[in-house]
Design a protein. Structure first.
Length: 214
C-alpha cells in the first residue's frame, strides 16, 4: 500500500520535489474528479522495485479512501532519473482492460545445457481481462524445456475473464538447436547476398560529363 496526501494545484511541483514528494494524480471512469496527491519519493522507489504495470496497487489518500489502481504513466527526469509525475488509473470493476503483462522465466533449461539457444519471444503478453484477473506477471517454468521445444501462448490457462491478444500457437519461449541457429544465419546471409546481386549497378556518367572545362 502507498500512502498519499492531498495536493493543492496552487503548490508548485518543484516545491513538492524539493520536499521529497512526487506529484501524482488518481483518475478513472468512476472517479468524478481527478484526485491530485503527493507521494514520498522514497515510497515510490520501494513500490516500483516490486510491481509491474499490470500489478494492482492500493493508494491510501490521507483523510480519504483507498483506491485500487494500475500504474498508467511515469514521467522521469532524463538527466537525474528522478520521478517527475505519476498517473494512477482506477479501473471500472466489471469492465475489461487491455494491458501488457510481463513474462518471468524460472528454472534451469535442460535444452540450453545441451547446447541450445534459449529464445524469449514474448517478454510481454498483451491481454484483455477483468482487473481482478490480471496478474502482475506470468511465471513460465522452463525446467523441462528441451531442444527444439517451445512453450506456447495456448499452454497457459485462459478463460472468458482473461484472454491473450496473440495467436494461441505463438511461442512464448523456445529452444533453438545449434543446427537450426546455423541454418537461420546461413539463410539470412543468402538473402542478403541475393539482394546485393539484384541491386541495380550505379550508372556510369556519359562520356565527357563531369570533366573540367579546359
Amino acid at each position: 500500500m502507498v500512502q498519499a496526501k492531498p495536493r493543492s494545484l496552487s503548490v508548485k511541483a518543484k516545491r513538492l520535489r524539493r520536499e521529497g514528494y512526487v506529484p501524482a494524480v488518481i483518475y478513472g471512469p468512476q472517479v468524478e474528479t481527478p484526485v491530485h496527491v503527493a507521494i514520498r519519493e522514497s515510497e515510490l522507489e520501494d513500490l516500483f522495485r516490486n510491481v509491474t504495470r499490470s500489478t494492482t496497487v492500493e493508494v491510501q489518500v490521507e483523510g480519504g479512501e483507498t483506491n485500487h489502481v494500475f500504474l498508467k504513466d511515469i514521467q522521469v527526469d532524463p538527466i537525474t532519473d528522478r520521478f517527475l509525475h505519476v498517473d494512477f488509473y482506477v479501473p471500472e470493476p466489471g469492465r475489461k482492460l487491455v494491458i501488457p503483462v510481463p513474462v518471468k522465466l524460472v528454472g534451469t533449461c535442460p535444452g540450453v545445457k545441451e547446447g541450445g539457444i534459449l529464445e524469449h519471444v514474448h517478454e510481454y503478453i498483451e491481454v484483455e481481462g477483468l482487473p481482478r484477473r490480471i496478474p502482475p506477471f506470468f511465471e513460465i517454468d522452463i525446467s523441462n524445456l528441451g531442444l527444439e521445444e517451445s512453450i506456447l501462448i495456448g499452454d497457459l490457462e485462459w478463460d472468458d475473464d482473461l484472454r491473450p491478444l496473440h495467436p494461441m500457437d505463438d511461442p512464448i519461449v523456445t529452444v533453438l538447436a545449434p543446427r537450426a541457429v546455423r541454418l537461420e544465419a546461413e539463410e539470412e546471409a543468402e538473402v542478403a547476398a541475393e539482394a546485393a546481386e539484384e541491386a541495380p549497378e550505379a550508372e556510369e556518367a556519359p562520356e565527357g560529363e563531369g570533366e573540367p572545362e579546359g
